[in-house]
Write a protein that binds this ligand. Structure first.
Ligand code: GLC
Length: 451
């Protein structure tokens, strides 16, 4: 073990960081154990970093049918979709539009925020020639922690992922959307379902494949859900639809992980200090920033980028994004030409090969920790459902981190192999694109059949 105060070279510093960010098999077992106790507490209504929120929906039968609208909000874009369900396990997107949510909108007031959404819905319907004299049912994927009291009512507990629009926390988001639609004079939209993106992903995947029992998001934020037996949801006493209910875990808030000083600093500078610790160590929104903090320390110790003018680029918060890191880790060329290209584009020239090697090491250290924690968290949920791994489990995963980060999936599978040996093949990770859009439409259809 290298001690921070004794470090005299970049090599020693990298070794020190490697140890600091390492997730050992023992750590993974501890994470799984703490996940199980936090899950139990969350389900019984005790204080827990895992909120374990009832979603008021179950998995679909595959026979859901009809055309529905979906509104998908939770990343940097807002998406509006029209989805056709054929009743035979196939969901088809008929039309989709993306609207960029500027910082101004994300940080504005609730009224402004929902008015913008209502305008986008109008634009979508007009552009796609919808008959505005008819009524449409809409499933709203709102990817934030929401305390639901039924399928179409739920209060935002707390904004995450850097959103701060005022006057929304503690309010029913469907009511806020309906009020905005009313202000704009729309009478043809009925918002019938409020859905989390992880829940949408599980529902969308299980519409196609009945043995899917977990939905995961690894993107800007991270979260997961799974179908829980009603009898195990001690805090829920209402009537259910069937014998299971999907639980939105809000695992991004899990707080039993060992934080480094870099994680603590990042948390302190975030708009939501003290919460979403797992998310801040795993998700795409933060990986770039954690890595940038490591780079800054190496620069300040004069271990890399010795030209101070050039190194200034890294002193700007947000200057390194997860997609940059993805490009850096994948460069296997002899002279790390891609890394050089990235640095040149960022205005950093005359870098040495050593600088590039170190940069790559740092990106790997941070991204591997993320993938290992994500795999530990998935293992915790699967062993909660099926402790001995008797069955096959399909995990539907959506999100750009999982989809686009090179080697992320392999690191996760490596964790499963270490933990479960031969039985690791029973866990199938499957990319589930558009889950949050299709899932909302499927849930809107479930609601429509029940009403
Ligand atoms: C954040 C939100 C959560 C969402 C996740 C992925 O963690 O709190 O609701 O599912 O991001 O988008």
């Amino acid at each position: 073990m290298v001690f921070r105060e004794n470090i005299t070279s970049s090599e020693e510093f990298c070794d020190y960081l490697y140890d600091l960010f390492k997730i050992t098999n023992n750590d993974i077992r501890n994470i799984i154990g703490s996940f199980h106790s936090e899950m139990a507490k969350g389900l019984s209504g005790q204080k827990s970093s895992l909120k374990m929120l009832p979603s008021f929906t179950r998995r679909p039968s595959g026979t859901e049918k009809g055309k529905f609208l979906a509104l998908d909000l939770g990343g940097t874009n807002l998406r509006i979709l029209s989805v056709d369900l054929n009743g035979k396990r196939r969901a088809r997107i008929l039309a989709v539009s993306r609207f960029f949510l500027t910082k101004d909108i994300r940080h504005s007031t609730g009224k402004h925020f929902f008015d913008f959404i209502a305008d986008c819905i109008k634009e979508f319907l007009e552009n796609n020639n919808f008959d505005l004299s008819k009524k449409y049912e809409l499933g709203f994927t709102f990817s934030f922690p929401v305390e639901q009291t039924d399928i179409s009512t739920g209060k935002l507990i707390k904004w995450t992922k850097g959103y701060t629009a005022k006057g929304v926390e503690g309010k029913d988001v469907i009511m806020l959307l309906n009020e905005a639609l009313k202000r704009k004079g729309f009478k043809y939209i009925r918002v019938t379902a409020l859905v989390n993106d992880a829940v949408g992903t599980l529902v969308a995947k299980s519409y196609y494949e009945s043995n899917c029992d977990m939905g995961v998001i690894l993107g800007t934020g991270t979260n997961a859900c799974y179908p829980e037996k009603l009898s195990r949801i001690e805090k829920f006493r209402g009537p259910g639809i069937g014998s299971e209910m999907i639980i939105n875990m809000e695992w991004g808030n899990f707080n039993k992980l060992k934080l480094t000083s870099y994680d603590k600093e990042l948390d302190k500078d975030s708009p939501n200090p003290g919460s979403q610790y797992l998310e801040k160590m795993v998700s795409g929104m933060y990986l770039g920033e954690v890595t940038r903090k490591l780079i800054c320390e190496l620069i300040s110790r004069k271990f890399i980028f010795k030209d101070t003018l050039q190194s200034k680029i890294f002193s700007k918060k947000g200057s390194l994004q997860t997609h940059h890191i993805a490009h850096i880790v994948v460069d296997n060329s002899k002279n790390l030409e891609d890394i050089e290209k990235f640095l040149t584009e960022a205005g950093i020239t005359n870098v040495t090969i050593k600088d590039k090697v170190i940069l790559k090491k740092l990106c790997k250290i941070v991204s591997q920790r993320s993938a290992k924690i994500a795999a530990a968290a998935i293992s915790a949920v699967i062993t909660w459902i099926d402790p001995e791994l008797h069955k096959e489990h399909t995990v539907g995963i959506d999100g750009s981190l999982y989809e686009k980060f090179p080697g992320y999936d392999d690191v996760m599978k490596g964790v499963f192999s270490e933990l479960f040996r031969k039985k690791a093949s029973k866990i199938n990770l499957e990319l589930t694109k558009d889950g949050s859009g299709k899932g909302a439409a499927i849930i809107a259809s479930i609601v429509s059949t029940h009403n």
